[in-house]
Design a protein around this ligand. Sequence first.
Ligand SMILES: NC(=O)C1=CN([C@@H]2O[C@H](COP(=O)(O)OP(=O)(O)OC[C@H]3O[C@@H](n4cnc5c(N)ncnc54)[C@H](OP(=O)(O)O)[C@@H]3O)[C@@H](O)[C@H]2O)C=CC1
Ligand SMILES: O=C(O)C1=N[C@H](C(=O)O)C[C@H](O)C1
Length: 226
Amino acid sequence: MNRLNTVKIRYGLVGANGKMGAEIQSYFSSLGDLCVLRKDMGVFEEIERPQVIIDFSSPDAVFETIELCRKFNCGLVIGTTALSEEHFAKLKELAEHVPVVQSYNFSTGIAILRRIIKEYASYFEDWDAAMVEIHHNMKKDAPSGTAKMLKQALGRDIPISSIRVGGVFGEHTLIFSNSGETVEITHRALSRRAFAIGVRNAALFVLEKEKGFFSYDDVLESAQAR
Ligand SMILES: NC(=O)C1=CN([C@@H]2O[C@H](COP(=O)(O)OP(=O)(O)OC[C@H]3O[C@@H](n4cnc5c(N)ncnc54)[C@H](OP(=O)(O)O)[C@@H]3O)[C@@H](O)[C@H]2O)C=CC1
Ligand SMILES: O=C(O)C1=N[C@H](C(=O)O)C[C@H](O)C1
């Protein structure tokens, strides 16, 4: 059996009643992990000290989440989007004491796409570029965190179109075009499980680190190095 699947994580969850909160609890429970702290709007249940806190909620919750990590002296995995510079500054302060993994997308496919973009962006230097991101109609922020992250990987400003429709879990298409041809690269999440798997990888990574600010790329690199 995979060694990592024998570890049972005792975790805290902020945004526990949300869509990602439900998916994380369902996936983590299937592997024997225990949710020992649950926080949501008007909800706070603490059973015992968590080894790691996971936050998929709202930017409004993040400062309190940081305080919780300080109180329990435990690491953080944060997927909440639309964070401000102040949020990042506070998360980095926290990372001086405990490990923090922050990513706007915990799917492996987006991590690969990001690497592809970084490596091949220069081939498209003279081409027009744009992005289209499609998400479910309950999503509060636009553009998506992933779109911002992919734009940063590309290293230039490009137009981003955001579409909110039905139950789409998350689609990102990067378009390169010149007068003669078009290249499109799409990533499509087929369920929220793709994110939950990455969140668990990140939680296991946090358990092995002392402190520091990490990306999901760091988590994947450390898994590849094993
Ligand atoms: N990094 C990644 O891989 C992914 C990131 N996300 C991001 O995760 C976040 C959550 O997404 P999703 O689960 O779809 O959203 P949901 O709205 O379904 O869930 C968020 C939950 O957090 C609660 N919440 C809101 N504000 C607070 C607060 N101040 N304190 C405690 N709880 C609060 C909400 O309560 P209420 O409904 O009452 O407001 C809700 O129950 C978003 O930022 C989203 O973009 C999503 C998927 C993947
Ligand atoms: O809110 C969502 O659903 C998602 N949010 C993240 C984002 O904003 O990029 C990741 C994923 O696309 C799903």
